[in-house]
Design a protein around this ligand. Structure first.
Ligand SMILES: [Zn+2]
Length: 319
């Protein structure tokens, strides 16, 4: 249970349920990306499979270890990352499987990591089984927002809403994970994560792979920060042609990922997910075209100074 930081109220309630063994057969774990849904799902699953009675989840019995290592044969993930939605076929497959008794565990646990991506047909198919499941079956539905599921589904689940961490909790966790990083860097990632540790961690990891200019651009564009964007573009006027073209192409890639996010696909970079959440497809597309045009002009021998100046006008992000 210590693996899940913060969320004290939630944990107190669950600890009582674990000790008494009174676990529901259907939970709805809700929270934004990086809020701890997957960690909580592991804890719940371990508690369901643990053989150590009131000490569950003990974390050390064979059943707990298999759950925590992700190799328990009775823990089934219902998803196909290649598909845009969680389809009715996936749910039907799980529904057929649920009547086969557990291999070795006390329960059979079905985890639906993108429950919000179930279309109504899939949700109705799921409803049939959570209305009257075999007594050993359990379902964990993970979603970014509970409102994205049908009321009939929600009413049959125990809701577990994840909350943001306090700054003290978040900064402490980040310091442990990234001892080599400056406090300021950690604080910046923390502020941008809106209190969800997983997002801050992803930002810091990305900071190691994406250049600071790209992260700044994503930030300014997502927040419609025109002044920030100008401050970013002015020094770029002195850049050499080739690295500037490479940078602008990376921004194009960022915005095309943001467009994919708007279309319901996962964005590879967290920065793209943020843009996808805060800017419309039309806005991102307009900026993407401007950046492409700027890169073309650079190829065609227009000077970096002129191109960056033009970009300040084209990327008028306040409207
Ligand atoms: Zn155990």
């Amino acid at each position: 249970m210590e693996a899940l930081l913060g969320n004290e109220r939630l944990k107190t309630g669950l600890t009582a349920a674990f000790a008494s063994g009174k676990l529901s057969h259907c939970y709805l774990l809700a929270g934004p990306p990086g809020s701890g849904k997957h960690t909580l799902a592991k804890i719940l699953t371990a508690a369901m499979e643990c053989t150590q009675g009131a000490r569950r989840p003990c974390g050390s019995c064979l059943q707990c270890r298999k759950v925590l290592d992700g190799v328990h044969p009775d823990v089934i993930t219902v998803d196909d990352p290649a598909k845009k939605t969680v389809t009715v076929e996936m749910i039907r497959k799980a529904r057929a499987d649920v009547y086969i008794k557990p291999n070795e565990g006390l329960r059979k646990v079905y985890i639906i990591p993108r429950a919000m991506d179930m279309n109504p047909a899939a949700q109705n198919a799921l409803l049939k089984v959570i209305e009257e499941p075999p007594e050993y079956a359990a379902f964990l539905l993970l979603t970014e927002g509970a409102e994205r599921l049908l009321p009939t589904i929600r009413s049959r689940c125990v809701p577990l809403q994840l909350s943001p961490l306090t700054e003290a909790q978040g900064m402490e966790a980040l310091k442990q994970r990234f001892p080599e990083k400056e406090r300021e860097q950690l604080r910046e990632a923390w502020t941008r994560s809106e209190g969800f540790l997983g997002q801050a961690i992803q930002l810091l990891r990305e900071g190691e792979s994406l250049p600071p200019e790209t992260l700044r651009f994503a930030d300014c564009f997502a927040r419609r920060d025109k002044l920030g964007l100008t401050e970013l573009l002015v020094p770029l006027e002195r850049w050499k042609r080739e690295p500037l073209i490479a940078l602008l192409n990376q921004w194009v890639e960022l915005l095309s990922q943001a467009l994919a996010v708007r279309a319901g696909q996962p964005g590879r970079w967290e920065a793209a997910q943020r843009i996808g959440r805060s800017r419309t497809s039309a806005e991102s597309l307009k900026a993407l075209r401007s950046l492409r045009r700027a890169a073309e002009l650079l190829q065609g021998n227009v000077s970096p100074g002129a191109v960056c100046g033009a970009l300040q006008v084209w990327l008028d992000i306040t409207d």
